[in-house]
Design a protein around this ligand. Structure first.
Ligand SMILES: Nc1ncnc2c1ncn2[C@@H]1O[C@H](COP(=O)(O)OP(=O)(O)O)[C@@H](O)[C@H]1O
Ligand SMILES: [Mg+2]
Length: 268
């Protein structure tokens, strides 16, 4: 797969979807800004004093060994969790200032293991709009278009979601997240349960979404080759701490930290 070109827009769904929002874009601010973020769970610190910006770029990869805190960080970005201390900002404003439903329409989350609601693929996509609350339904995109955006034919709408393959379920998860026209998709190891070939196709789909729809992606991955090929920015975590962040090419070719060099040089 070719490395992705810069997206024509990063967070740009306002113009793309003709969906005016109450607060205008703030191009100067990072997409997400974390300041001194600490997260504890049951007395254990799982993210420690994390200060990092996630820029308005096509794909940001969160990398690092298992248990580094990648999923924990991702969950802070649409308030599945709130930090114990510190602040997360989205689009220039503290994330706590957004109504949660509105935030989650703008920032979609795709879980590591695709979970289908009972019923058809169409039911699954409709549920996303219903869960999105007031404001989501009025501008929901046509289902056919969303299915096609994730590489599924319109016929899938009438299929039982539970009967699909792992790769198809992951595509339906992506489609479901797109039903609220998000500006950002948070993907937690979206390819980890897939065979390499299916994983490769899903990754290509994600790259295409960033190009064609201007959706910004923050993606956790432990497949370093995926991060290297698909992401434009990378954030390396270890033991709940930030090790290094920067343009992907720079991290992979000239990381400042010896830890980053060692980790990125490890086998996929
Ligand atoms: N619900 C939880 N309760 C207590 N500890 C947790 C919980 N979820 C994750 N952890 C711990 O937090 C650390 C970071 O986990 P996680 O964010 O899932 O890492 P990663 O996604 O990088 O593998 C790990 O040590 C994990 O055991
Ligand atoms: Mg994880």
């Amino acid at each position: 797969m070719e490395p992705p070109e810069p997206a024509p827009r990063t967070v740009a769904s306002r113009e793309a979807y003709g969906d005016p929002r109450d607060d205008g874009p703030s191009p100067a601010s990072p997409l997400f800004a974390l300041r001194d973020v600490t997260q504890e769970r049951g007395g254990t610190v799982i993210l420690r004093d994390l200060t990092v910006d996630l820029p308005r770029t096509a794909i940001t990869a969160l990398v690092g060994p298992s248990g580094a805190g990648k999923t924990s960080l991702l969950r802070l970005l649409n308030r599945l969790d709130d930090p114990t201390a510190g602040e997360v900002s989205f689009d220039g404003r503290p994330i706590t200032g957004y109504p949660v439903a509105a935030l989650r329409r703008r920032v979609g989350f795709v879980f590591q293991a695709p979970t289908m609601f009972p019923g058809t693929v169409g039911d699954n996509l409709r549920v996303a709009v219903e869960l999105g609350g007031a404001g989501a339904g009025s501008s929901a995109p046509p289902m056919d278009r969303v299915l096609s955006a994730v590489g599924l034919s319109p016929d899938f709408a009438s299929l039982e979601a539970g009967n699909l393959s792992g790769g198809e379920k992951q595509r339906v998860s992506l489609a479901r997240a797109l039903m609220t026209r998000p500006e950002v998709l948070l993907l937690d190891e979206p390819t980890s349960a897939l065979d390499p070939e299916v994983a490769e196709r899903l990754l290509a789909t994600v790259v295409r979404l960033t190009r064609e729809r201007g959706v910004a992606v923050v993606m956790v991955t432990h497949r370093l080759s995926e991060a290297r090929r698909a992401s434009t920015h990378a954030v390396m975590l270890e033991g709940g701490r930030l090790v290094e962040a920067g343009p992907t090419a720079q991290l992979f070719s000239a990381a400042t930290s010896e830890r980053t060099r060692a980790y990125l040089a490890s086998a996929d």
